[in-house]
Design a protein around this ligand. Structure first.
Ligand code: SF4
Ligand code: SF4
Length: 172
């Protein structure tokens, strides 16, 4: 098998995992990553775990990314790589599903309180509980809203996979 085919095969085997911030594209990432665990061992919020094949991935049920950059600076083969200070860490954005408690008439503002960038705001409504509205441009995909949601209504998705996710408001 060619080197390109081999790398593509490795990438296909692990593409379901969300890589740490500032990861190179998947094929390049798995080609460079030595599975040394340095990023996992030094993440202060402990959100990095060993996933399929021993490659690191983010588990947002454990907490949020603070974008401290520690994982990048520890990655010697530069599988995680930030060229410029303002390079975005990833294209992830939060998504609130209609299983949201507020959408079912239950007062809940936990995600809005957890969001460090105030990307989730609750709009008051006459005759009903306030519903969350996500301002996608303000969301950096840190994942702080995911674990606290009692209804598990929040996921993180790449905006590349869903170009229509410019701004979303939960409907009742
Ligand atoms: S940027 Fe910091 S908080 Fe985020 S995954 Fe890397 S080490 Fe963990
Ligand atoms: S520090 Fe780099 S090489 Fe080591 S496991 Fe993390 S991504 Fe892979």
């Amino acid at each position: 098998m060619s080197r390109r085919g081999f790398l593509r095969g490795r990438a296909n085997a692990v593409t379901a995992a969300q890589r740490p911030p500032w990861a190179r594209d998947e094929a390049d990432f798995v080609a460079r990553c030595t599975r040394c665990n340095a990023c996992i061992d030094h993440c202060p919020t402990h959100i990095l775990v060993r996933a399929d094949g021993g490659f690191p991935a983010v588990d947002f049920t454990r907490g949020e990314c603070t974008f401290c950059g520690e994982c990048v600076s520890r990655c010697e083969p530069r599988a995680l790589h930030r060229e410029h200070a303002d390079d975005p860490p990833w294209t992830l954005r939060a998504r609130i599903a209609d299983t949201c408690l507020a959408a079912h008439g239950v007062e809940c503002r936990i995600c809005g309180e957890a969001c460090p960038t105030a990307a989730i705001r609750f709009r008051p409504r006459l005759g009903g509980v306030a519903l969350p509205a996500l301002e996608t441009d303000a969301c950096n995909g840190c994942g702080a809203c995911l674990a606290p949601c009692p209804a598990r209504a929040i996921t993180l998705q790449s905006i590349n996979e869903d170009a229509t996710n410019a701004a979303t408001e939960v409907k009742q």
